[in-house]
Design a protein around this ligand. Structure first.
Ligand code: ME8
Length: 505
């Protein structure tokens, strides 16, 4: 089965921050999990390089939009690498191959009669690159997101007949209740549609930094239409000499935060219907990472630098923390103190120590070979349905719930060590079988837990599985009891060592 997951393409008008890293991490966790299930996966991320926000930012810096795009696209690529994302391609919308495909698709939309010429008059936020209805404006005609005063603009534009997709969109929402998840975002998008859809500007006349309109060279496409199409165009040129569209389209899941829900849940399906292209299967909308109760954003200046955290702790702890701390799908606060707390209590103590102790005990009491033994029935039962439950959570993109399922197994194993006290059993020869069972159970439990954790923490789990003498990383083998004793264990350096410098300095 093919599985195609995407992140939004990020604006190059600013530097990447933890909010961007968050979505990329989440999409990567999905991609890795699906590869572990043996699916044919394509994972796309990239940068949105056109439009006013980029042109303005470049102008302020006294450089061309292309120079700014080149510089910042590199920064976003670095973030992908930094958080250990395994994206199969990184699209940049300034790529001429993207331009050509956008023109081809939108020409089709034009030819099918979904476009007409008209005059736009209203408020426009250059930072959002979005028009605002009077109802959306804050006092003083301010953009509700950027809090800057907006100008009323008038411009001759080409319009997309969004209004004619009112019924088809309502039908889409009715027929596919899981097309937008979580449910509150589905309701929000549907109520936006039900308020009545107006036609929207498809082109802009005043700017030149964009994809030019094939039927009118005085215009470029409104950046959102060019941007949304990235998910489709990338497949046609991501691999030299090969078109992946048939293999991966329609996309399985678009992952993003709620700021861009309307574009993905309303405009995007309408545009695809107009172009006669199959619709993606799902939008998953996560919440905002908040710092001191505010959305973390460049313009508010309260961003956490992912480079600093990864430099000190590595990518795994950051990946783990973000998906553990903030219930994926909801807003949630993060802090460096919270990060350090979880690093110490959960990663270093509950998981890292369990691993070190287990391996040390197998060395000490059984010469480094996992004993062949039967695990106690209650432990077997605790593990029995867990992998299936984790998979179920993944299928509905509930990453925090999946992690919670896995972590309850980690805690169960810690409780098991306390119950069994292998170091006491080792003192009594008559308890040799019980010690065998305890050590086998711990090694087997750690193997299963680590396999389930692979997508969240690829490095640490790889080191631990290797130390446990396990090569297989497929999810199929994440069943307690499917591997017997006999493996030779190796030395293991602490998975999550104590870090002296605080993350906040
Ligand atoms: O909107 N919390 O780009 P963008 C969680 N180019 N996620 C956050 C976040 C935060 N505080 N801040 C940013 C654009 N994000 C368009 C998208 S797609 C066809 C075009 C993440 O650079 C989140 O995924 O503003 C959000 O949707 C995205 O970055 C916005 O990135």
């Amino acid at each position: 089965m093919s599985y195609y997951v995407t992140t939004p393409i990020y604006y190059v008008n600013g530097e990447p921050h933890l909010g961007h890293a968050y979505t990329t991490i989440a999409a990567d966790v999905l991609a890795r999990h699906m590869r572990q299930r043996g699916e044919d996966v394509f994972f796309l991320t990239g940068t949105d390089e056109h439009g006013e926000p980029v042109a303005f930012a470049a102008e302020k810096l006294g450089i061309s939009p292309r120079e700014l795009a080149d510089k910042n696209a590199e920064r976003f690529k670095q973030v992908s690498a930094l958080v250990n994302a395994t994206n199969d391609f990184f699209i940049r919308t300034s790529d001429p191959r993207h331009h050509a495909k956008v023109q081809e698709v939108l020409q089709r939309v034009y030819d099918a009669g979904h476009v007409y010429q008209g005059v736009y008059e209203g408020y426009y936020c250059p930072r959002c690159a979005d028009f605002k209805s009077d109802a959306e404006l804050m006092d003083g005609n301010k953009c509700p997101i950027h809090l800057i005063e907006l100008e009323r603009e008038q411009e001759e534009n080409w319009f997309f007949r969004l209004s004619t997709f009112q019924e088809p969109l309502e039908r889409l929402f009715e027929e596919r209740p899981d097309w937008v998840l979580p449910r509150n975002r589905y309701n929000e998008a549907l109520s936006f549609i039900k308020q009545g859809l107006n036609d929207v500007s498809l082109t802009r006349a005043r700017i030149t930094w964009g994809v030019s309109v094939p039927w009118d060279d005085g215009h470029v496409f409104y950046v959102w239409f060019d941007a949304l199409l990235n998910y489709y165009t990338a497949l046609s040129f991501a691999r030299e000499g090969e078109d992946l569209t048939d293999r991966f389209w329609p996309a399985t899941v678009h992952v993003m935060a709620k700021d861009i829900l309307k574009f993905h849940a309303v405009f995007w399906p309408a545009l695809l219907m107009a172009a006669d292209i199959e619709l993606p299967k799902r939008d998953f909308i996560h919440g905002y990472l908040l710092m001191d109760e505010h959305k973390m954003s460049k313009s508010l200046g309260n961003v956490v630098d992912p480079f600093r955290i990864v430099e000190l702790f590595g990518a795994d702890p950051l990946r783990f923390y973000l998906l553990r701390e903030v219930n994926f799908g909801q807003d949630g606060s993060i802090s460096t103190e919270g990060f350090e707390r979880r690093y110490t209590s959960e990663l270093a103590n509950e998981y890292g120590n369990l691993a070190s102790r287990t391996i040390a005990m197998i060395h000490r009491y059984r010469d480094g070979t996992v004993p062949d033994a039967e695990a106690p029935a209650d432990l077997v039962a605790a593990f029995a349905d867990a992998p299936a439950r984790v998979i179920e959570r993944f299928d509905v993109v509930e990453l925090t719930a999946a992690l919670e399922e896995i972590w309850s197994l980690v805690r169960r194993l810690n409780a098991f060590v306390q119950e069994e006290q292998p170091w006491q059993l080792s003192k009594d020869e008559s308890q040799a079988d019980r010690l065998d069972a305890a050590l086998y159970s711990l090694a087997e439990g750690l193997r299963v837990v680590s396999l389930l954790l692979v997508p969240f923490m690829p490095d640490a789990t790889d080191r631990l599985l290797t130390a446990l003498g396990q090569r297989d990383r497929s999810l199929e083998t994440a069943r307690f009891g499917s591997v017997g004793g006999g493996a030779r264990v190796e030395e293991l350096e602490p998975l999550f060592p104590r870090v002296e410098a605080p993350a906040s300095t």
